[in-house]
Design a protein around this ligand. Structure first.
Ligand SMILES: [Zn+2]
Ligand SMILES: [Zn+2]
Length: 265
């Protein structure tokens, strides 16, 4: 039993034959997929996909690459979407100083405003942070007492940064890049992080794990990521599946005994 906590199912790569993508995921033991919004359109589509498919849940948010778009009107649209059934978090939100597509001050403001939304809605936040952990910690510190919980998606920091995130109560989501031979820092994090704070994700259509590196990624391939983490930690694939699924339930309120319903609604 595996859950892909970060997929972009509304992207054009999946528009042709989503049914086959979902059935391949099911064949590989993927019981739920969380489709992530990056702007208002994709957030709306993610919420619609979640309403249509029992295995899909959604998040809504504006990615740091689109930070400039966020104004009062868009924020209230997001708030409306966040209240829909089967929308389980605000995200992906954050800071990306690696691509640096928007002024950093604008990115920080966009993050703050959406953190306020997550806190007000009592929802978890899904963070996208690249080369920006120092500023992220400064921004998020003010929200720690009111934020329900947070997930560092596609966690890219080393073990030192991971420890700070864990101390703040956050979960670390491990993508398929952990299977790449040179990903030693990410492998160290996947090996050392407490079992009750790890999530799995594909970030599909990006970042396909070995042996599909360079190809279009999809939720079914999360099996390879789970296998790699089991190997790194010296435990069984079943244990990785059980524990990470329980973690998803703890973070997003998706009930393990009745996974088609969101108990937090
Ligand atoms: Zn991201
Ligand atoms: Zn993403």
């Amino acid at each position: 039993m595996l859950i892909d906590t970060h997929a972009h199912l509304d992207f054009p790569e999946f528009s042709g034959d989503l049914a086959s993508t979902l059935s391949r995921a099911r064949e590989n033991g993927v019981v739920n997929i969380i489709s992530i919004g990056i702007d208002i359109q994709s957030s709306r589509r993610a919420a619609e996909l979640a309403a249509l498919h029992p295995e899909i849940y959604a998040t809504v948010g504006v990615h740091p690459h689109g930070a400039r778009e966020l104004d009062g009107l868009l924020l209230s649209d997001l708030e409306g979407l966040a209240a829909r059934e089967r929308v389980v978090a605000v995200g992906e939100i954050g800071l990306d100083y690696y691509r640096d597509r928007q002024p950093r001050a604008v990115q920080r403001k966009c993050l703050e405003q959406q953190l306020e939304l997550a806190c007000a809605a009592g929802m978890p936040a899904v963070f996208h942070i690249r080369d920006a952990f120092d500023d992220f910690f400064k921004v998020v510190e003010g929200f720690l007492s009111s934020l329900k919980v947070g997930v560092l998606h596609c966690f890219s920091g080393d073990w030192g940064v991971a420890k700070v995130c864990l101390d703040m109560g956050f979960y670390l989501s491990i993508p398929g890049t952990v299977t790449y031979p040179k990903a030693t820092a990410q492998q160290e994090v996947a090996r050392l992080a407490p079992m009750d704070r790890i999530l799995l994700e594909t970030d599909c259509p990006y970042l396909a794990p070995m042996p599909y590196r360079g190809k279009v990624n999809e939720p079914a391939y999360i099996l390879y990521t789970a296998r790699k983490i089991a190997e790194l930690r010296g435990c069984s694939l079943e244990e990785i599946g059980e524990r990470t699924t329980a973690n998803v339930c703890a973070v997003f309120g998706i009930a393990p005994e009745n996974r088609w319903k969101n108990v937090s609604q």
